[in-house]
Design a binder for this molecule. Structure first.
Ligand code: IVH
Length: 672
């Protein structure tokens, strides 16, 4: 390929990929498979490497991140980023409406929107290309976080054709979708890390990360709510938001009542009441609704106070909240030794469920709340599952209540707690002697995503530990039938099941064994990366810090944790015993040769009979190439691999769900 051809192909791929991106993320209406998309992206990546002079700073390859920002530059906003005056009272909304109706000239129309609970962002576009993205900061200047914002798939890097001004800014709110947030916390819990408290702060923290690849992996999203330009775009807000949608931005869906125009107070109340009742089904958090005077000329006329526009107001929803008595604080010890304080409350009804406990996160949180035992505390239920204590009713405080003192020793084993620099959590360092840590590690070891030992559950681990039969995971492989039969609730059949399950776990592949060890920060994904890069535990054990950091997606913190783990004699001994027991500590040679990630992220259903491969062979090929096998077609299926005699119902379902149906030869081409 010569230079001119390369340039042309890069441009063609860039616009094609951006279009597919828009269809997939903004319109939810993809027209090609994820696999085909990835192929195009890989082609572009290759060409950009080969011809860096034609690589665009807004290339779709920026979506996966990789740019590191050491320090975010401070940028003065072209238009100050104001806040909204807000209220919790419907009467005040009525007062506001009456007031501005008197000031403004002519009939008033309002645009009602959701008040997204995230992080405000201002994004500038020059000649249709994303130029820079800046946080709100103090309102007059913010931080430039362009590289991170470019990874958010719903924010266009290049605009689609349209009548946008040459130079303009669009503002909106970046937020953490609730499903993604829950998944992140599940992964953190699997990796033994402290959980994030709420989606908003996590979105904010994510946007300030130096490595944009991590930001890309988090799945942040963004709704746009205002266009700012010296040139005129439209006569009113509603129309300009609608236009922004046509340029490629994700805007609220009017058909789903996420934005509407109103003319009367009754209509405003209708909108408020609708969202107060329906907000929990949105999949992201909102904390109220925003009412804006729709017409720009009238907005000008109404003007601004020092902090906020007179032409807009936010109505905030009251969070589901009650007060109750703080009876006591107890402390949970996790499998990594992390201490989590829990508030024990007088039972109280909150949003339909009885609440007895609430999370307090860590010592700093307790200090910030200035808690005392016996306090009347406010408990709130947000988007998270566990309710939280938000504040104390100081009027009701007993003046003689003693100040709160956080524990300094482990509640389970009495060892003095430590707190590492820069971390909020206290830890019990008694890894090998502290019962909940010992049991927690074994429970993690046998769990479904780790060794998945059938016939053995968390309670049995407790029982075996209490009976003195197991102290660590290696002990499981020494268990004898005769030791187990005399125990309570251990029938012959369950003992046999358990032993068979333990035996079968010796076939669990290396990456899951590595995850099962429970090394801090080594969650499922990290374990997979390490296993596929190093191929054996021996190699990981030998790897120096620099070597570990060089692996894709392995940062300093993870690398240090791995090195620390293998520096401890008891870990070496434990692993040696597991090796002797016959667990998989490497990827077998024959699998290594043809392992790829060509099908990474794709899930397959195989159906029918094939010419050149048996179904088991196909399954193996899918796994070797990083894909996933599932049994039935669902919304999560990417491909239905169809052979001779496949049932018509499967085909129908796949067609209905838009799952791509491929033949044996098409499949072969994918992994070729
Ligand atoms: S309009 C001049 N619309 O709320 C005011 N703001 O206190 C311009 N927010 O930091 C803001 N959803 O980030 C507007 N639909 C919406 C919004 C919204 C959330 C945030 C915004 C700002 C804060 C205002």
């Amino acid at each position: 390929m010569n230079e001119a051809q390369a340039k042309q192909r890069i441009q063609a791929l860039t616009s094609e990929l951006e279009e597919h991106n828009h269809r997939y993320y903004v319109l939810n209406d993809p027209s090609i498979s994820d696999f085909a998309f990835d192929q195009l992206l890989k082609e572009l990546e290759q060409l950009e490497l080969q011809f860096p002079e034609f690589a665009d700073s807004n290339s779709p390859t920026k979506r996966v991140g990789g740019d590191i920002t050491k320090k975010f530059a401070s940028v003065v906003h072209d238009f100050p980023m104001l806040s909204l005056s807000n209220t919790y009272s419907k009467e005040e909304i009525i007062d506001w409406e009456t007031r501005i109706r008197k000031i403004a000239d002519g009939e008033l129309e309002y645009a009602c929107e959701l008040k997204y609970d995230g992080v405000a962002i201002g994004i500038r576009y020059v000649n249709g290309a994303l130029d820079r993205a800046v946080t709100r900061g103090d309102g007059s200047k913010g931080e430039e976080i362009t590289a991170n914002v470019k990874t958010i798939r719903t924010i266009p890097l290049k605009l689609r054709a349209g009548d946008y001004p040459e130079d303009f800014e669009i503002r909106g709110e970046i937020f953490y979708p609730l499903k993604k947030f829950q998944k992140l916390n599940e992964e953190r819990s699997d990796a033994g890390e402290a959980l994030f408290a709420n989606p908003r702060n996590t979105a904010s923290g994510t946007l300030k990360m130096q490595d944009s690849a991590v930001v890309a992996s988090r799945g942040l999203d963004c709704y746009l709510y205002g266009v700012y330009s010296k040139a005129s775009i439209a006569e009113d807000h509603f129309t300009s938001v609608d236009k922004a949608g046509k340029w490629g931005f994700k805007i609220p869906d009017a058909a789903a009542n996420m934005i509407r125009t109103c003319r009367t107070v009754d209509e405003l109340m209708e909108f408020i009441n609708y969202w107060d009742a329906h907000r929990h089904g949105l999949g992201f958090e909102i904390d109220g609704i925003v009412i804006k005077v729709n017409n720009y000329r009238q907005q000008e006329e109404l003007g601004y106070t020092a902090k906020s526009p007179r032409w807009a107001i936010a109505y905030k929803f009251k969070a589901a909240e009650v007060t109750t008595k703080l009876e006591s604080v107890t402390y949970q010890v996790g499998r990594t030794g992390a201490i989590t304080p829990v508030a024990n409350l007088s039972p109280v009804l909150l949003a339909g469920t009885t609440v007895k406990r609430a999370s307090l996160h860590n010592a700093d949180q307790i200090a910030k709340l200035d808690l005392r035992i016996g306090d009347e505390v406010y408990v709130e239920k947000g988007g998270e599952i566990i309710p939280k204590v938000t504040s104390v009713d100081m009027q009701k405080r007993d003046p003689n209540a003693p100040a709160f003192s956080y524990i300094s020793a482990c509640p389970e084993c009495g060892t003095e707690l430590i707190r590492r620099e820069g971390e909020a959590q206290h830890y019990c360092p008694n890894e090998t002697g502290c019962p909940p840590q010992i049991k927690g590690r074994m429970q993690h070891f046998i769990s479904r995503k780790a060794m998945d030992i059938e016939g053995l559950g968390a309670e049995t681990i407790d029982q075996l530990h209490e009976e003195g039969l197991v102290h660590n995971m290696a002990d499981l492989y020494d268990l004898q039938r005769t030791q187990l039969l005399p125990l309570e609730r251990m029938a012959e059949k369950s003992v046999d099941n358990m032993l068979a399950g333990i035996e079968a776990s010796k076939e669990v592949p290396f990456e899951r064994v590595l995850f099962a060890l429970g090394i801090r920060y080594v969650g499922e994904t990290v374990a997979k990366k390490l296993a596929r890069y190093f191929h054996s535990l021996e190699a990981i054990k030998r790897a120096a810090l620099e070597e570990l950091v060089a692996v894709d997606e392995i940062g300093q913190r993870i690398a240090e944790s791995v090195v620390d783990y293998f520096e401890r004699e008891e870990h070496i001994q434990l692993v040696d015993r597991l090796v002797d027991a016959g667990l998989q500590f490497s990827i077998p040679e024959d699998q290594l040769a043809d392992q790829t990630d060509k099908l990474e992220g794709n899930s397959f259903v195989i159906s029918g009979v094939f010419e050149r491969h048996s179904r088991d062979e196909l399954k193996e090929l899918i796994e070797k190439n990083g894909g996933k096998n599932t049994v039935s077609v669902s919304g999560k299926t990417n491909f239905l691999l169809a052979g001779e005699g496949m049932g018509p119902s499967k085909r129908e379902k796949a067609e209905k769900l838009g799952v791509q149906i491929i033949s044996e030869s098409e499949f072969e081409a994918m992994i070729a």
